[in-house]
Design a protein around this ligand. Structure first.
Ligand code: NAP
Length: 295
């Protein structure tokens, strides 16, 4: 679509659209469950995911539990490796080697962040690029940068699925991403470039952040700052993707102040129920791809 068509389309409806990641994720997991069941009926082993958790970070424990639950729902075999916070780096690297060699393990996930004494890059580089279902190995990062992705990091992949599902055009859109982490902001920027968006990436040193954000047709926020983004950050009729997850007063909410922003925008992801469930669905989907490539 041309930019004009894009803007026309976005203004076609003034009704706020809630981008329901939870429902899309359910559809993806349902179809994966069917595919896994077919494999098993044909006497193939189910895809296997090794989930490595180091230490007892409470947020990480919640994320890992959700991922393991998604495995159960889809018939994927998940193998837990819960290691103490003071595990030695060479022990962790040795575990990666063992998992790389294990033919029943098709994907390896190391939950981040790792304790400070461990070299994150060394650990991620030890995972076989063919089992790197988080898409963080340099080979997979490089492939995405070249526009030839194998495993796309799960959160950016989930965001693209949401945009596709709701037929929100990316081509020609002005996309502003707040955040440049290795796991969200940077791969999201690469993915958007690959899909012909015009991309601006903002971070903590960006000048006039609200003004830059307000230029976006699609604003994507992954900064880890609760309710930082208010109405002044959005252009009327924009699409807003909120990646942030915060537990405040026992309720989940995002980087975007939903109540302030939603009256102004065309579409927005809620927290919870937006990007989060899609991240998990794309992990399962990457694992299915890994199993297929290895079989
Ligand atoms: P991160 O590694 O902490 O990166 C945060 C980014 O935001 C950095 O690039 C930082 O800039 C930028 N930033 C921080 N404060 C800023 C400010 N005041 N102005 C402009 N930029 C600012 O975080 P992350 O791992 O990408 O995660 C971001 C959020 O998403 C967190 O809430 C996390 O829990 C959530 N998350 C959700 C999912 C999901 O599935 N929904 C998945 C992953 C993460 P600098 O680079 O300059 O420091």
């Amino acid at each position: 679509l041309t930019r004009l068509q894009y803007l026309h389309r976005i203004h076609l409806s003034d009704v706020l659209q809630l981008l329901d990641g939870k429902a899309i994720a359910k559809g993806i997991l349902d179809s994966l469950r069917e595919r896994v069941a077919q494999l098993v009926r044909a006497n193939h082993p189910p895809p296997g995911l090794a989930v490595v958790l180091v230490g007892e970070d409470s947020a990480s424990q919640v994320y890992v539990r959700n991922k393991r639950r998604a495995c159960e729902q889809t018939g994927i075999r998940s193998v837990a490796h819960d290691l103490p916070a003071d595990v030695r780096e060479n022990e962790l690297l040795a575990l990666m080697d063992t998992l790389n060699e294990d033919p029943d393990i098709h994907g390896i996930l190391v939950q981040l962040p790792l304790p400070n004494h461990l070299n994150k890059s060394a650990v991620l580089e030890t995972i076989s690029p063919m089992k790197d279902v988080d898409g963080l190995h340099p080979e997979n990062v490089g492939r995405l940068t070249r526009g030839e992705p194998r495993f796309v990091p799960c959160t950016p992949a989930g965001i693209l699925e949401i945009l596709h599902f709701y037929q929100i055009p990316v081509e020609g859109a002005d996309v502003v991403i707040i955040g440049r982490s290795e796991i969200v902001g940077k791969p999201l920027a690469q993915l958007m470039i690959m899909h012909n968006a015009t991309v601006t990436v903002c971070h903590s040193r960006t000048k006039n952040l609200a003004q830059v954000a307000a230029g976006a047709d699609i604003l994507m926020v992954a900064m880890g700052k609760h309710h930082f983004v208010g109405a002044d950050f959005v252009k009327p009729g924009a699409v807003v993707i909120d990646v942030g997850i915060h537990r405040v007063n026992d309720k989940l909410s995002g980087d975007v102040d939903f109540n302030a922003v939603s009256p102004k925008v065309r579409a927005i992801t809620p927290v919870p129920g937006g990007v989060g469930p899609m991240t998990i669905a794309m992990l399962m989907s990457n694992l299915a791809l890994a199993a297929k490539m290895q079989s």
